[in-house]
Structure formats: C-alpha cells, structure tokens
Design a protein around this ligand. Structure first.
Ligand code: ZN
Length: 263
C-alpha cells in the first residue's frame, strides 16, 4: 500500500481561489490539533471552494491533523464523489462526510464545517441541561445553538434532514452523546466559533465539577449579551486573529518535523 505522505505541491496548478481555500483549510486542521481538539485520524473539516457551488475540500482519511497540507486535501463534489486527489492509497471517509454534505447542501451561506469529538464537548453533549450560560464565552451560544439527539452512527437520509433542521440558522450544533459541530461563512469564522464553543464546554465541565453553587446572569442580560456576540453584530469573527494564528503555525512548524501546512 502507498501510505507515503510526501505529496507534490499544487500551488500554481489550481486556481488562486482554490489554493487560498486549501491553505486556510490546512491551517484550520493544524489549529484544531494545536488546541487539543483532535480524535486520532477521525472527524472532518470541510470547506467549499469559493466561486464554486458544489466543489469542496476534505482531508485524506488516515492522516493526523498535524500531517495535513494544502496539497494533500481532496477535492470532492457536494455528494462526496472524488474529483481530484493525490496519488495515494488513502481515500476519503464517505460516511463521515455525510453530515457535512447535508449541511453544505442546505446552507449556501456556509463555507466551512468543523466537527469534533473532544472530551469536554462529549461531556456537555451528554448533559440534559445542555450548554449553560456560565461564562461570557458561553453566553454567545445561548439561543444560538442547535441540539441533535443521538440516533446511532448510521447516517440515513432522514437523519440528514434532522441534522439540518436541528442546526437551523445557527452556526453551532451540540450533537448529543457525540460531540460538537460548528460552521461559518469563512474558515476563520468557523474556527473561531469552534474554539469558543470548546472553551465554553471545558469551563462548564470544570465549574460543574467544583461542588459549589453556580451563578448565572439573568435572562434579560443573556439575550442582550448573546445578541452582541453574534457574528457581524460588532465585528465579524475570526478576521482579526487569523493572521496571528497563521504566524503561530509558521513559527511552530519550523522545528516540528511535519511538512508545513502551506505545502
Ligand atoms: Zn462524529
């Protein structure tokens, strides 16, 4: 089997828009790894290629997130059919893509979808109380997050519709007994939302484990605050920190031993 991960660069061989989408998506995989949100080789982050309606990028199934590069990403149709992939025996996880495909089809406003199985995300996804407004970080999601009941790993047509309905107009979905999902109009925005949702879950697990009574802001403050933190209410999310995120990756990768994400 050819499981080499030494892929030739596609820079200059694909459109400028596609290359930029590849670089941003590869960076997003690295950042999800950097901040402790990976599950071995599992899960996916997908990005629509701007300027196309139904061409998407996804990871080769079998690579660690810290191995993913711009040129290793696979171009697929919204149905999950491979349009272009590197010369390797690694393929894509079509059943894992089904959740992403359903949302990409139903939400043309969404460029990027991130799904994680993190310890804190799974923990909160199993709580009947759901995500609580325990912190300024989590208030952003109150009234702006969907919940999807667990129906087993088989993703049939009905469940796809249910996921789309449960997500509704939101950019965040708590998948009960399973994990987290965020999406966004850009890769940086979807990453920002996942970072904040993960932080909300980590702090909720810590606070609930502290065996002391917890305080929460009143309903009038919650609604007002949640509104102020919606993307676009004050500024779009992800824009200001993204160049800093890329500088962080560039600096850390100098001695990492892994190929640079921009390759
Ligand atoms: Zn999952």
């Amino acid at each position: 089997m050819n499981y080499s991960t030494d892929f030739p660069s596609l820079e200059g061989k694909v459109s400028a828009e596609e290359w930029q989408a590849r670089v941003d998506l590869a960076a997003c995989y690295r950042l999800i790894d950097q901040y402790g949100m990976t599950d071995l080789i599992y899960n996916h982050i997908t990005s629509r290629i701007p300027g196309t309606e139904d061409h998407l990028l996804i990871n080769l199934y079998g690579l660690l997130y810290k191995e993913i590069t711009a040129s290793s990403l696979v171009k697929i149709s919204v149905e999950g059919d491979i349009l272009a992939k590197p010369d390797t025996d690694y393929g894509i996880n079509k059943s894992g893509y089904v959740i992403h495909g359903a949302i990409h089809k139903a939400r043309p406003d969404v460029q990027c979808i991130i799904h994680t199985h993190t310890r804190a995300g799974i923990a909160v996804s199993a709580m009947k109380c759901g995500l609580l407004p325990l912190s300024q970080t989590s208030i952003r999601f109150i009234g702006h997050i969907g919940y999807h009941g667990y129906e087993g790993p088989a993703i049939n047509l009905e469940e796809r519709e249910q996921i789309v309905n449960d997500l509704g107009p939101h950019d965040a979905l708590m998948m009960n007994n399973h994990g987290l999902l965020t999406c966004g109009a850009t890769v940086p925005q979807a990453f920002n939302t996942m970072y904040q949702l993960e932080l909300s879950c980590r702090s909720q697990v810590d606070a609930m484990a502290a065996r002391t009574e917890l305080s929460m802001p009143g309903d009038n403050i919650l609604e007002h605050t949640a509104h102020l933190y919606q993307p676009g209410a004050r500024r779009p999310y992800g824009v200001l920190e993204w160049p800093a995120m890329l500088r962080l990756l560039d600096a850390e990768q100098k001695n990492s031993g892994y190929p640079p994400y921009r390759h």
